[in-house]
Design a protein around this ligand. Structure first.
Ligand SMILES: *[C@@H]1O[C@H](CO)[C@@H](O)[C@H](O)[C@H]1NC(C)=O
Length: 488
């Protein structure tokens, strides 16, 4: 019986009727947690591993990172992986998203080089343990840790990288593909390329503004397309796995909802960040707005050709449709308005958008770029559905950065908010989302923020030799969501 009080509440607060609490996650929906090799493994020079671009740069320039931290030891997961897997298991998760270190498997880096058997044994142990615990391994082949030896020849800006990457990826298919059925070729090409080669916030800190990011992205997309087609032909018939790639984007909202130029700026920013990769993958070639603007500005700047490389017709076809499902890493929302107030050449100038935050939004105390705006996820998912024909999608990262301490109410609020909006996107908007991955299982090495920005459901004591792990309140909350399949 519906009480009169409930009727009155519904009239006064109609949102009660559409509250996501009445929705549950579909039976086949998968939950997981994610980590990445350099951020958790440590053991930076153990068992034959060589230097990646992160090892190399942070040893050379320790002052670039907060508290002069680096990933030499990190969570020591190279030795504590069994404990990590037990934490994933006890959480009730369906899968564990992790990455393999190229510099462990192929210490010399290049195509045709020797496989390191100790590294093979290490990752075999982890994969076998995950499977015997009933967990699905989802493996990121490249999560930012390029062998320094390949950076010496230009890294992702040199087209030769494609064959080196393809050899490395084939090596991991040969070694682990009998058991690993979910592969992610690249984590966040925007960060690999724009931050790593056009700027100085990610390795290799190349700083070729307006140029490096486009060259790098071109070779990342070609590497992805090439390995997808090879897997399709040589491995899929026997291994029967699936291949994905995961891109990150913020949701961009028009700063002034009634301004057409702000709305256009928000759309342009989405195309320059996410469409940069999604358009070639789903529709073929770069988005028209990128081609037009970068070609035009390059000419004005006196470049003999566009700073945005061109694909051939056969490359466009190779990349188009080169996925079995797609990945989205999403953390936050920004406001967008048009602006050309940037240095030239730069991706910012090419995009022509200034972003900002709304003072009403809660900002992470340890990651100033991260704002708690749950509705941004729903709007983004609806935009992806409409823009890219509702592709099968995994959320491969989403999370909050807190300070240390076990009572992480801010992360709990973030998780409840974002997962409620995800439920609405699935049930009310029909978005084809197949799974959700929380970043991260553990506090870990958060790049230039070192160990100050804590993203873990599980706290790690970086002052203890044992790197003691203690589940936070948010671990219990996420555990409960996975079990009940609803958000409270
Ligand atoms: C990066 O390049 C810009 C010019 O585009 C320069 O102003 C800046 O100092 C460079 N940063 C570093 C760390 O080299």
């Amino acid at each position: 019986m519906i009480s009169k009080l409930f009727v009155v509440i519904c009239i006064l607060f109609p949102q009660v009727l559409t509250d996501s609490n009445r929705y549950s996650f579909p039976e086949e929906f998968l939950f997981g947690v994610a980590t990445a090799a350099y951020q958790i493994e440590g053991a930076f020079d153990e068992d034959g591993k060589t230097y990646s671009i992160w090892d190399y740069n942070l040893h050379k320039n320790p002052d670039w990172v907060k508290d002069r931290a680096n990933g030499d030891v990190a969570c020591d997961s190279y030795h504590k992986w069994k404990e990590d897997i037990q934490l994933v298991k006890a959480l009730g998760a369906n899968f564990y998203r992790m990455s393999i270190a190229w510099t462990r498997i192929l210490p010399s880096g290049h195509a045709g080089s020797q496989i390191n058997e100790k590294a093979v044994l290490h990752y075999n142990n982890i994969i076998n343990e995950l499977i015997s615990e009933g967990l699905i391994p989802m493996i990121t082949i490249y999560h930012w840790d390029l062998p320094q030896s390949l950076q010496e020849i230009g890294g992702w800006m040199n087209p030769d990288i494609i064959d080196h990457y393809v050899f490395y990826a084939q090596t991991v298919f040969n070694l682990f593909g009998d058991r690993v059925k979910h592969w992610i070729t690249f984590n966040e090409p925007y960060h690999i390329c724009e931050e790593g080669y056009s700027g100085v916030s990610m390795a290799p800190f190349f700083n070729a503004s307006g140029i490096g990011g486009y060259l790098c992205s071109h070779n990342v997309l070609l590497s992805h397309g090439k390995i997808y087609r090879l897997y399709e032909k040589l491995y899929k018939p026997s291994q029967n796995g699936k291949i994905s790639i995961t891109m990150d984007t913020t949701w961009y909202e028009a700063k002034d909802q009634s301004s057409d130029s702000d709305k256009e700026a928000a759309q342009r920013k989405l195309q320059f960040n996410y469409g940069w990769y999604m358009h070639p993958l789903v529709k073929g070639n770069y988005p028209a707005v990128m081609i037009e603007r970068i070609d035009k500005f390059s000419e004005q700047e006196g470049f003999p050709k566009s700073r945005l490389p061109k694909f051939t017709e056969s490359e466009i076809e190779m990349i188009r449709g080169s996925y079995d499902f797609l990945g989205l890493n999403h953390y936050s929302t920004s406001l967008a308005e048009p602006s050309q107030n940037f240095n030239q050449p730069s991706q910012n100038y090419d995009t022509g958008v200034q972003d900002s935050g709304d003072p009403e939004w809660e900002v992470s105390k340890t990651s100033p770029w991260l704002k708690d705006v749950p509705w941004g996820l729903r709007k983004l998912l609806v935009w992806i559905k409409e823009e890219y024909r509702n592709p099968p999608l995994f959320i491969f990262e989403n999370g909050w950065s807190s300070t240390s301490g076990l009572m992480d109410e801010d992360r709990v609020r973030y998780i409840n908010g974002y997962l409620s909006e995800l439920l609405k996107a699935i049930h009310e908007d029909g978005c084809n989302v197949l799974g959700y991955t929380h970043w991260s299982l553990l506090d870990n090495f958060e790049w230039l923020s070192g160990y100050s920005a804590r993203f873990g459901l599980v706290e790690v004591d970086f002052n203890s030799r044992e790197r003691t792990r203690t589940p936070r309140l948010s671990y219990r909350v996420y555990q409960n969501i996975i079990k009940s399949r609803i958000v409270n």
